[in-house]
Design a protein around this ligand. Structure first.
Ligand SMILES: C[S@@+](CC[C@H](N)C(=O)[O-])C[C@H]1O[C@@H](n2cnc3c(N)ncnc32)[C@H](O)[C@@H]1O
Length: 224
């Protein structure tokens, strides 16, 4: 059974209308350049201060590093990873394991802006990124008898990674990881699982957690 990762509440969105006329936004924005249309805290920080929930927004870098880690893993190359990205605007996308995400951050931002505008990414008839039509609960209900593990610094600290994935090989193992830098899961996500798990004494970056969870799964299933 593959490991299914949900990277949730990722700060990926087009620049919202209410700040499009702000000088910090206008100076970089071009209708011809997809990447310039994505909200990015590094560029638009001063324009974002009054945006609701701003601490979780404008962080495509977190998704970029997490995706590179996940898609480059032995688990993905071995065909045993399914990857879903949920955005702060409640869009859910599945990434084809064969997609090659650009290492270049600007190109990645361009890809994400195109995805948000077009709803999917197709190359030569192959869907590389597809939109899931529905909520996160709808998506969860498509997996039979799932074992849902939600990762948080506030969870129960595991002492041994073997505890996580051994013994349930036949189950759909779903790992929920927050794709944000600050703050915690919003309430609708805290209801998704009764298994809140911490894997470290430290608060780790999302991409580090993605890498570690995948590595735990690989070790448990002898995938190297
Ligand atoms: C940078 S953290 C979010 C900030 C927040 N302080 C926290 O730890 O929840 C991004 C995500 O990484 C995961 N994470 C971070 N530290 C973790 C830990 N010690 N154990 C398990 N998951 C962790 C959680 O899924 C979290 O939502």
């Amino acid at each position: 059974m593959p490991l299914i990762i949900f990277l949730v509440e990722c700060g990926i969105e087009l620049i919202p209308k209410e700040i499009r006329s702000h000088s910090a936004v206008r100076k970089n924005l071009s209708a011809q350049i997809y990447s310039s249309q994505l909200l990015d805290n590094a560029l638009h920080h001063s324009a974002m201060v009054n945006l609701k929930n701003s601490e979780k927004r404008g962080r495509p870098d977190i998704a970029h590093l997490s995706l590179l880690n996940a898609l480059g893993s032995p688990l993905n190359k071995n065909g045993n990873l399914r990857l879903f990205l949920h955005t702060i605007k409640n869009k859910i996308y599945e990434f084809n394991p064969d997609i090659r995400i650009s290492r270049n951050y600007n190109r990645f931002k361009g890809l994400m802006a195109k995805l948000l505008i077009d709803n999917d990414i197709n190359v030569n008839g192959t869907k590389l990124i597809s939109l899931f039509n529905g909520t996160i609960q709808d998506l969860l209900s498509t997996f039979k008898d799932p074992k849902i593990l939600q990762f948080s610094k506030k969870g129960k600290l595991i002492q041994n990674y073997n505890e996580l994935f051994l013994g349930d090989i036949s189950k759909n193992n779903i790992a929920i990881i927050g794709g944000f830098q600050k703050s915690t899961f919003s309430d609708e996500f805290l209801d998704l699982s009764k298994n809140l798990i911490s894997i470290s004494n430290y608060s780790l970056d999302a991409w580090v957690v993605v890498g570690k969870v995948i590595n735990f799964y690989e070790l448990s299933h002898n995938i190297i």
